[in-house]
Structure formats: C-alpha cells, structure tokens
Design a protein. Structure first.
Length: 364
C-alpha cells in the first residue's frame, strides 16, 4: 500500500498527498522538503497526542531536526484564537524562526488551527499535515483552507495557506471511535454526489468492506476522494468559483452545527444539510423520489442519523445563522444543489421558503 497524489497550485507542483499504512515513510517524505538542522513543532490535541505524538516525534527526529510537541485540549471549542495565541507564545519561547516547521497531527480541528498559526506566525512558516481522522484525510487537510472559529461562528477567521506535505497513515483510522470514524463519510458521500456518480455507486456497493476497515477498500476510497478534491481546488484554489461546490450541505449544516453548540460532529451536520439540499432538488424535479430515498439509505448505511430530534432551536434560527455564514454573498445565501447525481451547481435563486420547507424533513 502506497499511493501519492500531487497537488498543483497556480499550475506548478505544490505538495504531495502521501497515503501509507504506517509512519515508516514519514522521514523520507519530510526529507524531500530539504529541511535539516531546524526545529519542528508537532501541534496535536489531548486525544491524538497520547496515542501518536511520541511515535511521530521519533520519526521526525530521524530527519536531523529538533522536535517539540505542543498539545492543547481536544474539542471544537478550542479551535479559537486563544489557542492560536498560546501556540504563538510556545513558538516564541522556543525561538522558532521562519525556516522552522509546524506539523499538524490530528483531525480537522488540529489541521485548521495549525495551518492558520503557520500562515500568521512571522507572516508565514512552513507546515505539514499529518491527518489522523477520516474527515481530515479526505477533506480538511487538502486544499490549504486554514482557520479558527470566532465566538461560535465556524471558520470565520482564516487564510488560504498551502501545506508542504500531507502524510496519511490509514492505520490511524483503526483507533477512532465508530462514531468519529463514521462522521468522515459525510464529506466522502458528498464527493460522489457533487462530482462523480460512479464513485457514489461504488460507495453504495462497498459500504460493508469499508465499515469492516478493509485496507484495500479504505485506500481506494481515500485515494479517490483526495483526487476529487485535488481536481476542484487546483482549478479554484481560493474559492472564487467552482470550489464552492465543495460546500454542498455546508450552508445549512454549518448553521445546525453552531446551533447544536458543536454537540454533533461536522460530518454529521453536513449530512443534515445534504438531506435538506436533496429535498430541495426533489421538489424542483432535479432528482427522482427513488434517488432521494436511495441517498437517505446510503447515509443510513454509513451510520448517520437523518434527523435532529427535539432541537432547542427553530427552522428560522437555522436560516438566520446561515445568513451570517462566511459562505453568504452580500447577505444572500449561496446555495449548492444538484443538477443530477454527480453534477452540482452554485445557485443563488434558492429561496428561504424552499430551505424552510426542506428543513422540516431534518428538524423534527
């Protein structure tokens, strides 16, 4: 098992996504960056750090660099500016300069936060991604989006800043809780729905092998999803056009995530948003009842709840929060919907009434 996807930026090779079965090749991949005799700060959280930080530190020390580990408490609520400030202080006290490197070891929270820290410390310091969750491996570690939440608003502060390397160890997935592992499938199913109907069909057929953590199935799934995201971000690295298609399910999903006070995982909330989006397309006649129900069955097969039961907020609250999302355009919600399965489009004509009607299927 060994696969590599090269990501280009503005037409030039930028970084490799390396898919491996362990950390044994991390040293060789890092050495390609030409960094030696420098400092590396591994940024991780309290869940991931206790499992992998020592092992990764030992591998990276083989590159001839000094390694430090900074660990912050696990949880979305720590993806905020105070944590970034604490990392700045740690880097300053340990005399990190512009030629040193940060390494994000963990899931999406760690990757987004470390990337933003790298983009802003000394106006930019190199960083690498070592994603350990499924969601991070197929989505958040790729494409250079970095950021933190601001007073509960998701990813409201951030920067586009590309990593120098993304190194994925598939074996990390086998230490995740079932719920956390399953939450990654929200983005994976999204890739099929917006860009690749054949992949979507393969996910339907392969769910049993994937849920059994079959190595070959996991490798194929991660490789395909990475390629789909690579293709989109290469064409539109700063989300001025079609990269917004990757936000399918996120417009309403982010609002639900915030209103639930992050009690549900990101992937779970994206699924709520996709169900509402699919309902809109069903009502518009872009997909059939059979395709709609088939999608619901796919979500179920990958362990997702299809509804938020007895929510403490209203449908109007979801619309209100959606308007303050960073994806809004001049206060108007930029909605991603499907022309058909595997073909998504950006649509500013989706009305609040359509969204409210669709949300009734999710919030009960």
């Amino acid at each position: 098992m060994s696969k590599c996807v090269n990501v280009r930026y503005e037409g030039k090779p930028c970084y490799d996504i390396v898919i491996e079965k362990d950390f044994s090749k991390l040293k060789d991949e890092f050495n390609k960056l030409g960094k030696t005799g420098r400092k590396i700060c591994i940024v991780t959280d309290s869940n991931v750090g206790k499992i992998y930080s020592q092992q990764v530190k030992e591998e990276l020390e083989k590159t001839g660099n000094s390694c430090f580990v900074y660990t912050f408490p696990a949880g979305e609520k720590y993806k905020e500016l105070n944590t970034v400030q604490n990392i700045y202080e740690f880097l300053i006290k340990n005399s990190f300069d512009r030629n040193d490197v940060l390494a994000a070891l963990g899931g999406g929270v760690v990757g987004d936060l470390t990337g933003y820290t790298a983009a802003t410390y000394l106006r930019g310091i190199d960083f690498i991604q070592i994603p350990t969750s499924l969601l991070a491996q197929v989505d958040s570690s790729i494409g250079g989006k970095t950021g933190v939440d601001f007073r509960g608003y998701k990813n409201m502060v951030g920067a586009f800043y590309m990593p120098k390397l993304v190194y994925m160890n598939i074996a990390c997935l086998k230490t995740l809780s079932k719920r956390l592992f399953n939450s990654g499938f929200g983005e994976i199913i999204k890739h099929g729905l917006i860009k690749d109907k054949d992949y979507y069909e393969w996910l339907k057929e392969s769910y049993q092998k994937i849920n059994e953590l079959d190595d070959d199935a996991l490798e194929q799934m991660i490789y395909t999803s990475c390629n789909i995201k690579r293709d989109v971000v290469e064409k539109d690295p700063k989300e001025k056009g079609d990269r917004a298609l990757l936000n399918y399910g996120h417009t309403l999903g982010h609002a639900i995530e915030k209103l639930l006070d992050f009690k549900c995982y990101h992937g779970e909330c994206v699924v709520f948003g996709m169900i509402a989006a699919l309902k809109i397309d069903l009502n518009r006649g872009n997909i059939t009842t059979e395709e709609y129900e088939d999608a619901l069955n796919v979500f179920k097969s990958y362990g997702f709840n299809l509804t938020v039961e007895n929510p403490s907020f209203s449908i109007d609250d979801v619309i209100r929060v959606s308007k303050s999302d960073k994806k809004a355009d001049a206060g108007k919600i930029k909605f991603i919907r499907l022309n058909s399965i595997g073909d998504a489009t950006i649509d500013k004509t989706v009305s609040e009434e359509e969204m409210k009607a669709a949300l009734k299927t999710v919030l009960i």
